[in-house]
Design a protein around this ligand. Structure first.
Ligand SMILES: [Fe+2]
Length: 212
């Protein structure tokens, strides 16, 4: 997230950066994807296979446990301009709710067939694509996928995507904060569609990432 330098009078008035960004995006026509906490589980070491297929680890026959989700969308700015060559990273827990991270209790039980982390650049149509898992809940959190985006011109966004309508969402502090504005909620709520045409039992969703 780009944090603008606020005039002192605004700082004194207690105007936070996020509403200012929201106002700017609204003026441009598109609401920005809200910034959210990175959380404690961003990888400390990246897996040898860090591609955009998290369900299949290179060199392993097994697929990850869980339900496959094809996540794709475009990277655009608040005026709708495509953001080509933006680095999109995702990370999430496995189907048992276990991250591949030193701070994860029970890490040794994780599904080693799940990559846990992946990255890809937006292509010439500013599109990113991941094959990953439909996220699951773990103690204290509603299901979510973490994302970081770094644009070619140096803008940064850290955020999370959720399952639209999941009953746990409204009890999740991070979700509630990010979704206070219903227009921002649309940026982080994934609406899943069956994608049996792509692969049996899989789902797909399209989530544009709007960076102010
Ligand atoms: Fe998380």
């Amino acid at each position: 997230m780009i944090v603008p330098v606020l005039p002192r009078r605004l700082v004194l008035a207690g105007v936070a950066a996020q509403p200012l960004l929201l106002q700017r995006a609204l003026a441009a026509g598109l609401v920005a994807t809200p910034s959210q906490t990175e959380g404690p589980f961003y990888p400390t070491a990246f897996p040898a296979d860090s591609d955009n297929d998290l369900v299949q680890v290179r060199g392993q026959a097994a697929h990850a446990m869980g339900t496959t989700l094809h996540l794709q969308g475009r990277g655009i700015d608040a005026s709708g301009k495509p953001l080509d060559g933006a680095l999109v990273e995702i990370w999430q827990c496995d189907a048992q709710g276990i991250y591949d991270h030193p701070r994860q209790p029970g890490r040794e039980r994780r599904d080693s067939a799940f990559q846990g982390y992946g990255k890809v650049l937006t292509d010439a149509t500013s599109t990113y694509r991941f094959r990953t898992l439909k996220p699951v809940a773990y103690p204290g959190r509603t299901p979510h996928i973490h994302l970081k985006v770094a644009t070619a011109d140096g803008r940064r966004l850290t955020t999370q995507f959720y399952l639209a309508g999941d009953p746990l969402n409204e009890r999740d502090f991070v979700y509630r904060e990010a979704a206070r504005d219903p227009r921002q909620r649309e940026r982080i709520d994934m609406r899943l569609e069956p994608a049996n045409g792509i692969e049996p039992g899989a789902f797909a969703t399209t989530m544009d990432i709007v960076i102010a």
